[in-house]
Design a protein around this ligand. Sequence first.
Ligand SMILES: *Cc1c(COP(=O)(O)O)cnc(C)c1O
Length: 425
Amino acid sequence: MGYSINEEYAIEQDKKDELSRFKDEFYIKDNWYYMDGNSLGLLSKKAERSLLTSLEDWKQFGIDGWMDGKEPWFYYSEKLGKMTSPLIGSNEKETIVTGSITTNLHQMLSTFYQPEGKRTKILADELTFPSDIYAVKSQLELKGYDPGNDLVQVKSRDGLTLREEDIIDAMTNDIALILLPSVLYRSGQLLDMKLLTEEAHKRGIVIGFDLAHSIGAIPHQLHEWNVDFAVWCNYKYLNSGPGGVGGLFVHENHLGRKPGLAGWFGSKKEKQFDMEHTLTHSDTAGAFQIGTPHIFSLAPLLGSLEIFEEAGIENVRTKSLRLTAYLMNLIEDSLSEYGFTISNPQEDYRRGGHVCLQHEEAARICKALKQNGVIPDFRAPNVIRLAPVALYTSYQDVWKTVRILKDIMEEEQYKQFEKGRNVVA
Ligand SMILES: *Cc1c(COP(=O)(O)O)cnc(C)c1O
């Protein structure tokens, strides 16, 4: 059955979908069309169970939970790092679950930003997430540089996307380090990480990526591409819960390097409790941990990663591309008269996991969507992001979302809401 605008087509696609069974793994209310898994993924039964396991370990073992629990807390970050490896194409030593994006960025910048001679600048882009820029600016200042001069932000030609050639042109011989997103948080553009890494290395520049909007949605080959470092959170596509502990990758070529920000959890495991005042840091990515892991914010990730092991990231990507393509087709075919612009790149190889819809009434339309059970998110001033997450969104959910959006526009339902965003958007 070829693509059609009818609901039957969606139902047919769901029947053929090999990932459809995973939807039952998640807590999803009736008549709830959750399109915001790129901001906060949903709770799965497996994640709930792994969190309860750690609570039970605390109940049963007290302090001995560190070594004797069902999931010993002392090795939990390393275990989860190993389970994350297939999602990013790393070997297990290169990967650790720790910190948050922003704290991990501070760790990576304090380790890898080593200005020397003429090479003093950090290259980023003007569309990136604010926290990443705040971290870069403060690291420049800590090393005695001036963000006004030493932070270079590649310009966007259209306010939404970046051109790889513009980024490469900005890789001049005064750049010490490059930090870029894998997928841009607003437009959903996927950058060519392999190409950018090759070009950076040709020029002797260290390069790292923020994988917030690609991990759990898109496969990566960080080791093979020779990416120097990467950071991510686990609460978006990886469904580990609000504020869930993040992760970082350091390429094997750099393991053994002294962490910029040291703490006792960066120790070699067998040395940590020697309590010496000289740190013997781990020779894995574990060296870049700082303090005691936040166990209850780590534990749900175990269950969540088990789901990814079963589903396979390649299958997740294939379905995600189909869902976003289907969503774009439906929007074009049934909403053409209402002034929406699809502003994410259309090609598969340049598209992340969400659709970026622009509309001058975006803020009010988002409020109307929520009232109708569709959960989008709004990015000021005029973007509606819709992420049909492969593990728990059906084709029929996408169909219903567009149906609801059409009703909102036809009946001008959005006009009953106040303009502007809520405090949390
Ligand atoms: C979500 C997100 C963050 C959030 O950082 P935290 O330290 O986890 O709060 C940072 N950068 C990007 C690109 C993001 O998408």
